[in-house]
Design a protein around this ligand. Structure first.
Ligand code: ADP
Ligand code: MG
Length: 564
């Protein structure tokens, strides 16, 4: 483990690197004083850093951020232990999780974290690579600035390099065959958990994603169409996917039938309770008859609601709120099975599965709000009643087994990543070679391409190419290999046998990535290249940093000394 945590007493912990000098706020203020004149009244409440100092500071922040996650890249990457102020610990090697949990205040570092979060949201993978790429692009840009190349030229060169890389990515990519999809999802999960578990979950994720084909475009479709249900009993390897909505619930009346072959369902986003009096209201009871009358009217209201359900042909009632005890037998007598206290997310999923429209009250329920279900069954799992509801609409439940919350939550996290990739694969099926192959190929391609460009932009394109090469280099480093040797042999082998030859971390040699099944989704690589380039360009365009005089701070971890 490389990372330890310290607490500053008031907020979450920060990453500190042992043995490196901390960058103190005073250092920024000190430089600011050297570069700024005293008579700038407009900016008197800010500290100002500009020109090359701003760039150096920003690159330093990016480099140290990347340094914190560099060793996690690839299946042989190491894990980090994240410790919260309250002592809660999480072990992970997922780049975006590490960065989002770290309490980072430096604006440039935040920009990189945003790039990584955006990668996570859009592609569900490639988060570590994105941050590493931004940092390498910025370090190489700083070298060029030191040689006298203006940042605006570098920005132009980087934009040209990105455009050319995206074209080349499309040229190299292939449409995935069915059996390759599982390899793609598996590659994206490598290093995230036990390999047999990852393989099982990849299969379930592909199955779930196939079920969602043609169900709409929303990127978050896979989040609310697949419920995650954790069950304490059983081994994690018994985790399964069922069609329909499975939940830890049993019907309100044990006398109603436990299962059904289908019928009509009403979903109430409210309750079937007796009407409650306003807190300020009071009834003056003059005689016993008044109380009885009041009670009768309440019962009549409940009975009217049950009659209304019956008249619509409903035989299954699901409510978000409660069902009054008095209504339980009325429902059973009317041939309606009731379930109460559903979570909002379960209501939403059931609505998709059955086509029922959730309404606030039974009185306002119309014919068109009623949905259809095709099966209802109750099952005892380790003595606890669970209910499964199925319909024509596509909704599924991942039943996650495992004896400890940790193993179950890890499985859910792995499934979330897996289905994220699998679902996107169905609309964007292109694949690319993993193992740093595509980046090594792009680097060689860009170096040749740069010769067609004029002047100093050529230098920027070459700098961009070297930044891409950092991916195979770091993969090699993390596998304990010599990065220079790996790059040289990879380049030579690709020259001979094409871009699908990559570095196989498991053997330390080069192989065709299709043969060993190390395949990256094209959309992950494309998004990562665009996001990283955009973030690097944003930082390169900054030549002035104004710090409000509140409490400016830089990350506490330093990676390399970057002299101005
Ligand atoms: P990210 O957050 O960027 O996805 P990962 O830690 O998941 O970072 O590492 C992804 C990288 O690891 C990809 O470039 C992928 O091609 C590579 N990779 C995965 N499995 C292998 C393998 N067996 N050999 C070589 N590289 C691999
Ligand atoms: Mg990954």
């Amino acid at each position: 483990m490389l990372v330890v945590y310290e607490s500053n007493g008031k907020s979450a912990s920060r990453i500190v690197r042992i043995g490196h000098e901390r960058i103190e706020n005073e250092c920024i203020r000190g430089r600011a004083c050297m570069t700024e004149s005293d008579d700038n009244v407009v900016l008197e409440d800010t500290d100002r850093i500009h020109g090359r100092t701003a760039l150096v500071n920003n690159v330093r922040a990016a480099t140290s951020l990347a340094g914190a996650i560099r060793s996690t890249l690839g299946p042989r990457g190491l894990d980090k232990m994240l410790v919260e102020d309250d002592g809660e610990a999480l072990v992970t090697n997922d780049g975006v999780t590490i960065l989002e949990k770290a309490n980072v205040e430096h604006p440039t570092a935040r920009l990189l974290i945003d790039a990584s979060s955006s990668q996570d949201r859009a592609a569900r993978d490639g988060t570590t690579s994105t941050v590493l790429l931004v940092s390498e692009m910025l370090q190489n840009a700083l070298e060029l600035v030191r040689m006298g190349v203006h940042p605006s030229i570098i920005v132009k060169g980087y934009s040209i390099a990105l455009e050319e890389s995206l074209k080349e990515v499309i040229r190299v990519s292939l449409d995935s065959k069915e059996e390759q999809k599982i390899q793609v999802v598996n590659t994206s999960l490598r290093g995230k958990g036990d390999s047999a578990l990852c393989e099982l979950i990849s299969g379930l994720a592909i199955e779930a994603a196939n079920g969602l084909v043609g169900q709409g475009e929303g990127l978050d479709l896979e989040r609310f169409r697949v419920k995650r249900l954790q069950i304490r009993q059983g081994s994690v390897m018994d985790t399964s996917l069922v069609r329909g909505l499975m939940l830890l619930k049993s019907r309100v009346d044990i006398n109603s039938p436990p299962d059904s072959k289908g019928g009509k369902v009403a979903i109430i986003d409210g309750d079937l309770e007796k009407s409650k009096l306003q807190t300020s209201a009071s009834i003056e009871v003059g005689s016993l008859g008044i109380l009885q009358d009041f009670h009768d009217r309440e019962m009549q209201a409940l009975s009217n609601k049950v009659d209304h359900l019956s008249s619509l042909g409903v035989d299954l009632l699901v409510t978000r709120g409660g069902i009054a005890d008095e209504a339980v037998s009325m429902l059973t007598d009317a041939g309606i099975t009731g379930y109460r206290r559903f979570e909002k997310s379960d209501i939403d999923l059931l609505s998709v599965i059955t086509g029922a429209n959730p309404t606030r009250s039974i009185n306002s329920l119309k014919e068109s709000d009623i949905g259809k279900y095709s099966r209802r069954s109750e099952e005892s799992i380790a003595d606890v009643k669970h209910t499964l509801l199925e319909g024509d609409g596509m909704g599924m439940t991942l039943v996650v087994r495992g004896s400890t919350p940790n193993i179950r939550e890890e499985s859910v996290r792995i499934f979330d990543d897996a289905i994220g990739v699998a679902h996107r694969m169905s609309s964007s099926p292109g694949i690319l070679p993993g193992g740093g192959a595509i980046q090594a190929h792009l680097a060689r391609h860009l170096r040749i391409f740069s010769k067609t460009q004029s002047g100093r932009e050529q230098l920027a394109i070459e700098a961009y190419a070297s930044a891409l090469e950092s991916i195979p280099r770091i993969l090699a480093e993390n596998a304990g290999r010599d990065p220079v040797d790996v790059i040289l042999s990879l380049s030579a082998d690709q020259e001979k046998s094409g871009p699908w030859i990559g570095f196989d971390i498991m053997t330390g040699g080069n192989s065709d990535m299709r043969t060993i099944g190390v395949l990256d989704p094209e959309f992950v690589t494309r998004h990562s290249l665009s996001g990283a380039t955009e973030a690097a360009i944003t930082v390169l365009r900054i030549d002035d940093v104004l710090w409000a005089r509140t409490d400016p701070s830089t990350p506490d971890w330093g990676e390399e000394e970057l002299e101005d």
